[in-house]
Design a protein around this ligand. Structure first.
Ligand SMILES: NC(=O)c1ccc[n+]([C@@H]2O[C@H](COP(=O)([O-])OP(=O)(O)OC[C@H]3O[C@@H](n4cnc5c(N)ncnc54)[C@H](OP(=O)(O)O)[C@@H]3O)[C@@H](O)[C@H]2O)c1
Length: 253
């Protein structure tokens, strides 16, 4: 049975990745900070699907916790076949008004932890094969504060790593969702409807995850779930950055 390690598995897209992979019979390693939620999901998946589920409680903004997760990935006795770097959170867009330590934690979770876990995974998977999914965002195609910059890093690095390591049997896919119903915006203090985003722009987590897993299985470097957002991303390539940044100021992806 393949084994997948998913960060940010206690809620939203991460929990949905866990559910869809368990249905396919994958064993799982679930990583997040909230012990009770992780344990509850692990028990549900073991009972419903008969898969093996391990949990690792870790704060991915803390160096020692990231090292523990990297060590699990490097454990050749219990190989990880699919790494999903999904954990993340949003900050208010006003960089200069944010606490710099919050910005550093944000950078660590989105970029540093993902990079360290990929480093461990690619070393372990080279030769024997494996897949990596980095959950980025359509925000990574536009300019909007540090969130966009972090997601751009994930997209750019995934493109290069997919080309570089697919010859060694390791594929790397940046899955780039648009606005998706999860607890992401609520955790930022926004009640449903307060985000100022039209209903048509919202995606459902099961569809995003299904499309992301399908594109990763095909070895794509970048996956943009839904036709709507494929069109939007195509437009960002031809419209001036000043225009796309202006439109992006309206909402939070
Ligand atoms: N929802 C959207 O509209 C949207 C759009 C594009 C991209 N994304 C991206 O999708 C990914 C998943 O977000 P989501 O929408 O599913 O949000 P979510 O429902 O809020 O889930 C976020 C997950 O990340 C975990 N997490 C947050 N900080 C962490 C930390 N320091 N250490 C370990 N785990 C941490 C949370 O678990 P604990 O709190 O238990 O640690 C939770 O499991 C993120 O990378 C986000 O940027 C979301």
């Amino acid at each position: 049975m393949p084994t997948a390690l998913i960060t940010g598995a206690s809620a939203g897209l991460g929990a949905e990745f866990a559910r869809q992979l368990a249905v396919k019979g994958a064993d799982l390693v679930l990583v997040a900070r909230t012990t009770a939620t992780l344990d509850g999901l692990a028990e549900e998946l073991r009972t419903r699907h008969g898969v093996d589920v391990q949990t690792i409680v870790a704060d991915l903004s803390a160096e020692d916790d990231v090292k523990r997760v990297a060590e699990r990935i490097a454990d050749d006795g219990h190989p990880i076949d699919l790494l999903i770097n999904n954990a993340g959170f949003g900050l208010p867009l006003h960089f200069a008004d944010n606490d710099i330590e919050d910005e550093v934690r944000h950078l660590r979770v989105h970029v540093e932890a993902s990079m360290r876990l990929m480093h461990a995974a690619i070393r372990a998977m080279r030769g024997r094969g494996g897949r990596i999914i980095n959950v980025a965002s359509v925000a990574g195609f536009i300019s909007r504060s540090t969130y966009s910059a972090c997601k751009s890093w994930l997209i750019g690095f995934s493109r290069w790593a997919n080309a570089e390591y697919s010859r060694d049997g390791v594929t790397v896919t940046a899955v780039c969702p648009g606005f998706t119903h999860t607890s992401f915006h609520e955790r930022m203090g926004l009640a449903p409807g307060e985000e100022g985003i039209p209903a048509i722009m919202w995606l459902d987590a099961p569809n995003v995850v299904r499309e992301g897993l399908r594109d990763a299985a095909r070895g794509k470097a970048v996956s943009i779930p839904s036709l709507r957002y494929k069109v939007i991303v195509a437009l960002t390539r031809v419209l001036p950055a000043s225009l796309t940044s202006g439109v992006a100021r309206r909402g939070r992806v």
